[in-house]
Design a protein around this ligand. Structure first.
Ligand code: PLP
Length: 258
C-alpha cells in the first residue's frame, strides 16, 4: 500500500492553491492524498472573495472514516482561516493521530489579497496547533506575524522545527532556512524574475509532508522539496503579460521521492 497523507485545508476551486495543489504534489511523489476540506473559499487568480468553514462535525467524520480505513504516515495542515477550526484540528490530531509527523503551513493571507488573519487566529496557531507540529513552514510575513521574526520563538512553543521560507525577501538570492534543536541548515538559490506565483507555499509544505510519509528524515525531506520547487519555478519563464499571479505548473513537479 502506498504511504497515506492526510491533508487538512482549504478548497480553492481555481486550483491555484490549497487541497488540489496539495493532492497533486503528493500523488506526484507516490503518496496517496487524502484531502479533507475544513474551509471553502471563493477565489481565482483575480482575487479572494471570501471563505467559510466546513462544519467541524462533517470534516471530523470524514477524517475519522479515513483513519478507520488505514493509518496515515503524515499530516499536512494548510489554510484554516478560523481560530476555532485551528483549535479543533489540534484537538483532533492530539486525540486520533498524536504520533504522526505533522506539517503546519500557517497560511495568514493569500497572494491575491482579501484574507487577513485575526489576532485570535495567530493565538490559536501559537497556543494549540504549533506545539504539536513536527514542522512549521512560515514565509517571512508569517514569521513576523507569528514569532516576531524569530524562529527560536516557534521552537520554544514546542514546534519541533521551523522552515523559514525566503521567497518574500529581497536580494538576488532566496534563502530557505531550517531551524531545529540540532541547529540551522539553509538552502540558497537565485531569485527568479517570474512575477507572482500561486501555490508555492502549499506545494512546498505538501512535498515535505509527502517525503516524510515516504520515510525521509526531516532535513532530507526539506532539502528535496526545496530543490523540487526551485526546479519547477526555474522552468516557468517571465511573468504573464496580464501581470496576474500564475499557478504553478504542477504537472512539472518531479516525480522522484527523496
Ligand atoms: N487558498 C487556499 C485554499 C490556500 O490553501 C492557500 C494557501 O495555502 C491560499 C488560498 C493562499 O495561497 P496563495 O498565496 O498561493 O494564493
Amino acid at each position: 500500500m502506498r504511504p497515506r497523507l492526510l491533508l487538512l485545508g482549504g478548497l480553492d476551486p481555481s486550483g491555484g492553491a490549497g487541497l488540489t495543489v496539495d493532492a497533486m504534489v503528493a500523488e506526484r511523489l507516490g503518496v496517496a492524498a487524502l484531502p479533507v476540506c475544513v474551509v471553502l473559499t471563493a477565489q481565482s487568480r483575480r482575487g479572494f472573495a471570501g471563505c467559510s468553514p466546513v462544519p467541524v462535525a462533517l470534516w471530523q467524520a470524514a477524517a475519522r472514516l479515513l483513519l478507520a480505513d488505514a493509518p496515515v504516515q503524515a499530516i499536512k495542515v494548510g489554510l484554516v482561516g478560523d481560530a476555532n477550526v485551528v483549535r479543533e484540528i489540534a484537538a483532533f490530531v492530539a486525540e486520533f493521530v498524536p504520533d504522526v509527523p505533522l506539517v503546519v503551513d500557517p497560511v495568514l493571507g493569500a497572494t491575491t489579497g482579501g484574507f487577513v488573519a485575526s489576532a485570535e487566529l495567530l493565538d490559536a496557531y501559537r497556543d494549540a496547533l504549533l506545539p504539536l507540529a513536527t514542522l512549521c513552514t512560515p514565509n517571512l510575513p508569517e514569521l513576523h506575524a507569528l514569532f516576531d521574526g524569530e524562529p527560536a520563538k516557534a521552537l520554544s512553543l514546542g514546534c519541533s522545527a521551523v522552515l523559514c521560507k525566503g521567497g518574500h525577501g529581497e536580494g538576488a538570492q532566496v534563502v530557505d532556512a531550517l531551524f531545529s534543536a540540532t541547529g540551522r541548515q539553509e538552502w540558497r538559490r537565485e531569485r527568479f524574475d517570474i512575477g507572482e506565483v500561486r501555490g508555492t507555499g502549499c506545494s512546498l509544505a505538501s512535498a515535505i509532508a509527502a517525503h516524510l510519509a515516504n520515510g525521509s528524515p526531516l532535513s532530507n525531506a526539506c532539502a528535496t522539496a526545496v530543490a523540487q520547487l526551485a526546479q519547477v519555478l526555474a522552468a516557468m519563464g517571465p511573468a504573464a503579460a496580464d501581470r496576474l499571479p500564475r499557478c504553478l505548473p504542477l504537472a512539472e513537479w518531479p516525480t522522484s521521492a527523496s
